[in-house]
Design a protein around this ligand. Sequence first.
Ligand code: NAI
Length: 476
Amino acid sequence: MDYKVADLSLADFGRREIRLAEHEMPGLMAIREEYAEARPLRGAKIMGSLHMTIQTAVLIETLVELGADVRWVSCNIFSTQDHAAAAVVVGKDGTAEAPKGVPVFAWKGETLEEYWWCTDQALQWPDGSGPNMILDDGGDATLLVHKGAEYEKAGAVPAATEDDPEEWGIILETLRRTIDEKPGRWTEAAAAIKGVTEETTTGVHRLYEMAKEGKLAFPAINVNDSVTKSKFDNKYGCRHSVIDGLNRATDVLIGGKVAVVCGYGDVGKGCAEALRGQGARVVVTEIDPICALQAAMDGFQVTVLEDVVGKADIFVSTTGNFNIITAEHMAAMKHQAIVSNIGHFDNEIDMAGLAKTPGIVKTEIKPQVHEWRFPDGHTILVLAEGRLMNLGCATGHPSFVMSNSFTNQVIAQIELFTKTEEYPVGVYVLPKHLDEKVARLHLDALGVKLTELTKEQADYIGVHVEGPYKPDHYRY
Ligand code: NAI
């Protein structure tokens, strides 16, 4: 078996944590039971690009139990939990000497070159074939296949320009090398893929853009916009893991501090609530009047970053947009202000601009925590080099919330793989009855008793007794 992880001797530790996580992931375990005989993913060759954590290990092993042949990478250079990666490679019945699990190419602290090498490795099976399904988080695997096919069609991979970010040059280099090795590979791969299921807001945004431009090569299910994903993982998950990231990175007391949350979407709402829960005085920035009004009604001060940049102690960017916290902002911050991003990509914070500030000195306090000293002597602390801090500095979301997200993922994989003809190229969300099913699978574990509609009540509000209970436009 081909794989590349940090250290297979961590597998036992990983397996013990996977065992605990399974109990906290009732949705995934129920799906395993429901499909134990049918094994609807038999024949599926799934390439997954999603943070290689303990929770993801339970997802991977669920896909395998449903019959899939899986290869995996992390979708971020810092988010891999090495013991989880080791346990998945070794598998339940394997040993470090004779691993029997799933090929994983991921370790904590990859370089960008290694990251794209890993993505390429997971997109290629030992017999030279590619996947027939992608499970993506942020869209990097989908991007590589699409760009590869596009440049093969054009006959050449363009050169990176001076204005391009460093990572784009690495992506182009990866494509150039792989096309040289096997011309036509990406065109073939794109044609063989039945579909992709996408985990996060940023990846979904990329998919809709591609669909709009007519460039999408295969159907996609937007898992993010299942209610039981974005209204739970993005909100309650971040409500938990933003504090975890700050604590493990800095251990600074949050109570009494001024914390700025940039963006008041699902992630921002969770982060703002968590920081307030710790006693921070929370300030929100927004560009959308609706979200700004929501933040104000929820009791937060809403203003522009420039108003608070010199007064705040903690900054968390949650927008999925770029250049939110600029080098100029950071230069104007208080001594030892903490700067972090929990959005998918690192460009929310202008790290390149920060590094170019004349006279700036970077000191590593510990991995994923860096102090940047400005020429005037004041410093700021940047978490996870500007990458998502909850996965870079802590262990991401807890199992229970990820069980909701990943149950949607598995259902979406089954949908696209088994009902391919029902999904012409386009971007879809799962039907509401499946969304409600995911929620239902998580009620017992929390001791929730659900009220049942009578037939008369159901008729009165115009729904079926067994659901769906809301129209598609309902916002929760
Ligand atoms: P969203 O679209 O619900 O929220 C983003 C908000 O930022 C919007 O309300 C938007 O108006 C606002 N915004 C955009 N530009 C802004 C600017 N210049 N200044 C202030 N506000 C601005 O998206 P969601 O679901 O909250 O996701 C945000 C990001 O977090 C995405 O990149 C997503 O992929 C990522 N994500 C990260 C997770 C993690 O565990 N770290 C979990 C879930 C999502």
